[in-house]
Design a protein around this ligand. Structure first.
Ligand SMILES: NC(=O)c1ccc[n+]([C@@H]2O[C@H](COP(=O)([O-])OP(=O)(O)OC[C@H]3O[C@@H](n4cnc5c(N)ncnc54)[C@H](OP(=O)(O)O)[C@@H]3O)[C@@H](O)[C@H]2O)c1
Length: 251
């Protein structure tokens, strides 16, 4: 995708990677719409960057997405980039007597159904544009899971496979399909402690690298991956899957 002159809607734009991407894209001359449930954060983001638009989206509320899609069709019909980035992550211990499927179901609802529904809601509009992009956020954990986040990793593996098929189906249309697969990054995805975890990559550094990859068009097969995550991406092919799985899942 070109990195300037687009009209871009970002789900999960109220914090973390979505917010940082929204700000970087705004600063490069794109019209950006950020969405999420936390209205106060959307207002704060837009107040700091005039021209940015914040619109509510709650993927858990069946009425919310159709409402957002109607508003966008009316107010920003030039929308040509969809960033389906909203996601949640929860640790699960299936050996615990109290374990049930509720966390996994919430993850499936937001990370899988959320992306499918957002894509379905905006695809008709994207098809009307001369150039369009659908970018969805999976994870480097799509390729080798961390076993203490079973449903989360599986949801991202789903997205990797689904985006591969979507890209193939849309190949004759001017709609590019990109997959963003972040490593462990300093956001509050798993709680406040992650934002200062020294083992996680600094958010600014991550988004700077992503913008560089986008600007250079350096995303083979539509996959936006840092160089350091290539061993995980290709673990099965390279015969290193068991070694990497063991390193990620000690004991
Ligand atoms: N940080 C990492 O280490 C990492 C690594 C790999 C992949 N990722 C992926 O990156 C994406 C962004 O995560 P992040 O790390 O930036 O964490 P984050 O700061 O917690 O961002 C998650 C975003 O999703 C939105 N969201 C969650 N549930 C929603 C719902 N039901 N309806 C609408 N919006 C919802 C949140 O907005 P509201 O709360 O305002 O609704 C928030 O803006 C996720 O898909 C995540 O899986 C992150």
């Amino acid at each position: 995708m070109k990195t300037t002159g687009n009209t871009i809607l970002i789900t999960g734009g109220s914090s973390g990677i979505g917010r940082a991407l929204a700000e970087a894209l705004h600063d490069r001359g794109n019209r950006v719409i950020v969405t999420g449930r936390r209205q106060a954060l959307l207002e704060e983001i837009c107040a700091a960057r005039p021209g940015m638009l914040g619109l509510p989206l709650d993927l858990d509320d069946p009425a919310s997405l159709p409402q957002l899609a109607a508003t966008v069709r009316e107010r920003v019909p030039a929308l040509n980039v969809l960033v389906a980035n909203a996601g949640i992550s929860r640790q699960e211990d299936m050996t615990s007597p109290g374990w049930n499927s509720l966390d996994a179901e919430a993850i499936v609802a937001t990370n899988i159904l959320g992306v499918l529904r957002v894509t379905a809601a905006f695809l008709p509009l994207l098809k009307q544009q001369r150039n369009a992009t659908i970018l969805a956020t999976s994870s480097a954990l799509a390729f080798v899971p961390r076993a203490d986040f079973p449903a989360y990793c599986a949801s991202k593996a789903f997205l990797h496979s689904w985006l591969t098929s979507l890209r193939h189906q849309l190949r004759a249309l001017p709609i590019e399909v990109l997959e963003l697969s972040p490593p462990y990054v300093q956001t509050e995805l798993t709680g406040a402690q992650q934002a200062s975890d020294p083992r996680a990559m600094a958010l600014d550094d991550y988004v700077r690298e992503v913008m560089g990859l986008l600007e250079r068009g350096d995303h083979p097969r539509g996959e936006i991956l840092l160089e350091r995550d290539m061993p995980r991406r290709w673990a099965e092919r390279d015969g290193s899957y068991d070694t990497i799985f063991a390193a990620l899942n000690p004991g």
